[in-house]
Structures are given as C-alpha cells and as structure tokens.
Design a protein around this ligand. Structure first.
Ligand SMILES: [Zn+2]
Length: 394
C-alpha cells in the first residue's frame, strides 16, 4: 500500500507536474488552521494522539512544504517537514489520513580551502555560490577564539570540512561543520565538532551554554527521539523534547539566561513559553497551566527564575512539562547538554576526541596547502524522494 502511494505520487508528478507545488509555511499558521482553509475536515486533527499533536506544533514558519492536488483542486497529498528527519504526510485514501514519513535527503560531504580576499564570511559566500548558512556557521563557530575584524590579513587561509543535506536538489537544514581551520595574525586556530558542540584542539569547549533542569523533583516520563520506527503501531514516531512528570502547579524555571520570545498558546503544546538564550539556542516549555505574571515576549529572564507552572494544556492526559531545546532551529536532546557540567572534555571522551582531532587536523593542513574549491555537483531537481521504502533509508 505504502509503496503504491509513493509510486502514484511519482507518476502523477511526472505526468502532471504543474499540480505539485512547493511552498513556504506561512508565519503563525497552525496545522488545524491550514486544514480548515483547505477543505480537510478538522476531525483529522482532533483524532491525532498527543505525540502527533505535539509534532504538529513543531511546524515552522518558512518551512518548505509540498502539496499535490487533483484536477478539481482537492488536496491529494500534503508533506510538511517537522524536523530534518521527519515530515507530516496527510493524504487522501477515501478519507484523509495522517502519518509521519521520513524525509529522504542526500547528504554531501565536502571540503575546501581558500586564501582570503575580504573576510571569511564574504569569501565563503563567494566560494560556495552563496551558502549563507555555512558562512554564518563558520563565523559563529570561531566567534570566541578569533576576532575576524582585526586579526585577518589578506592571503590568510581558511579550510572547512563539512556536510550538507540536500532535498529535491536544494540545501535543506543546517550544514554541519566537522572541522575547520583559520589562519590569523600568523597563528592557526581550529574548531572540531564533537556531539554537536565545538571545541578547540585541546578539547576546551568554545561555547558557554549550560542548562539547568527546568523542574525540580520531577521524573522523566518520555525521552528525546528524532525518529523511530514503531514496530507495533507500524509507523514513525518522534519526540522532540523531554517530558518531566510533575504535579500540576509545580514551578517551571528558565533553563538559562535569556529573553522571552513567546508566551502564549501553540497548538498541541498548549500554553508555551519560548526563551532565546543567544548563540542560536532556544528552549521551549509546553503544557503549562499558567504563566508567571510578568512573563511576556521581550522580558529578560535569569537562569532558575520561575516562568510558569506545570499543567496539561493542549493535551488530555496528566500534567507534565514538555521541555524542548533548539540550536539554530534544530531540535537537540536537552539531556545531552544538561549532563555536561564541565567546559573541558576529560577521560574517555577526551581520548575519543583526540583521535578525531588527529585525523581532521591532518586533513585541514593538507587542504590548506593550496586553495581547493568546493565540489561543484550538478543536482537534477527530481522527486526521487518518493521512491523511499518502508525502512526509510535514503
Ligand atoms: Zn513531550
């Protein structure tokens, strides 16, 4: 059945290409709102379980979604990404159905080096035909070790080893810099990515973002998973945060210093506070029973300050806090950061890290010997995404 749908989509696309549209998700739009505007019964949304409703609240403004309509303009398929791994797939099979499908993407790994003409940002843009995300990532990764505005001289070198996801032939999601080097003022500076955080060559962390547990005396009732296949339900699931079971009314505190971006209702998340902490980090606190009185968008908060109280808004089950952490828009496991208490790697982790440094440092130094342009790969725009099978491997 599943395969039939994919093949149908592929065939329909090839024969009737004009009926497939890729658009950007509008600011402030909810899945429920979108369904009602497009003639899809609201009971589809109300019939979702709580995990699915939470995931529907993860749709981001500007996210590229795909609609396939029949000759009468009725939606046959709707594909909306909720993370870099999964997308909501609503499709007509008699009546409308909902499920989560893996996003099929290509991952390219590449490396390049150059002698600087202007600044790292401008030179990376030029070398990569305008990959702003990569240029930004590079600059922010070195922010704490090099002052680009003063110490760079013309002819200084930089080298980057990175990977980028491509969906339908276009960059999708954030690029990952595995390692990079920059020469400045006669010195070479390195950064190495280890479990999504940047370190210098000695294993000292270059960011300083630490989290506090947002509720006290709570137990974890559901952990973070980006994508898993549920063998019994026979469908994909994900949980883009950590749930803490706690009594209604238990104070919820800000996990770090920051500024409130949003305090209000957000679909299946119910009453939500979102805080921006700088360096691309955001935290989300969902299902609150109420906000603390002074908490509203724009308000500065300190780590440990009460922002609201545990509840079960947006859900029908018991009170708990859903706690989400995002780095540059990508959901990451909050527990992976809560656990880090030192800013320097040690023990087994340091040993593992040193191996990684050895390998990448050699690669970067070889790369920097003479300028090497990024690989130019011609990506044919195609809907190969839809050839995917049950296992979701791309
Ligand atoms: Zn949750």
């Amino acid at each position: 059945m599943r395969r039939t749908i994919w093949l149908f989509l592929l065939t329909a696309t090839l024969l009737l290409g004009s009926m497939v549209e890729q658009k950007r998700w509008p600011q402030g739009e909810t899945l429920l709102g979108f369904l009602s505007k497009n003639g899809i019964p609201a009971k589809l949304y109300y019939g979702l379980d709580r995990e699915e409703k939470e995931l529907a609240s993860e749709i981001r403004a500007g996210s590229p979604y795909i609609v396939l309509k029949d000759a009468n303009g009725t939606i046959e398929h709707l594909l909306v990404p909720i993370s870099e791994e999964l997308q909501i797939h609503i499709y007509k099979d008699g009546k409308y159905k909902f499920r989560l499908d893996p996003i099929h993407y290509q991952k390219i790994e590449d490396a390049f080096s150059l002698a600087m003409e202007h600044s790292p940002y401008v030179d990376i843009l030029r070398a990569t035909d305008g990959n702003k995300k990569l240029a930004n990532e590079f600059v922010s990764a070195f922010k704490h070790s090099v002052d680009f505005s003063h110490s760079i001289r013309k002819g200084d070198k930089l080298a980057i080893i990175y990977s980028q996801k491509l969906r339908l032939g276009e960059p999708f999601g954030m690029p990952t810099i595995q390692a990079a080097m920059v020469e400045a003022g006669g010195r070479r500076y390195y950064i190495f990515n280890y479990h999504d955080r940047y370190y210098d060559e000695k294993g000292k962390e270059l960011e300083s973002f630490f989290l506090k547990r947002p509720v006290r005396n709570a137990r974890i009732t559901s952990r973070f998973t980006r994508r898993r296949w549920h063998p019994i339900l026979h469908r994909y699931r994900a949980h883009l945060g950590v749930d803490f079971g706690a009594r209604r009314g238990t104070p919820v505190v800000a996990a770090g210093d920051g500024r409130v971006l949003f305090a209000g209702r957000k679909g299946g998340y119910g009453k939500v506070v979102i805080i921006y902490h700088g360096q691309g980090y955001k935290t989300l606190y969902a299902h609150l029973s109420k906000f603390r009185r002074s908490i509203r968008a724009g308000k500065r908060v300190r780590q440990g300050q009460v922002i609201g109280y545990v509840g079960s808004t947006g859900l029908s089950t018991g009170p708990h806090l859903h706690f989400g952490l995002y780095k540059k828009g990508r959901a990451i496991n909050p527990l992976s950061i809560v656990k880090i208490t030192k800013s320097r790697l040690s023990g087994k982790k340091l040993k593992e890290f040193k191996q990684l440094v050895k390998r990448y440092k050699k690669e970067l130094e070889d790369l920097a010997k003479k300028p090497k342009a990024p690989n130019k790969v011609e990506f044919v725009k195609s809907l190969v995404e839809y050839k995917g099978g049950e296992d979701g491997k791309s």
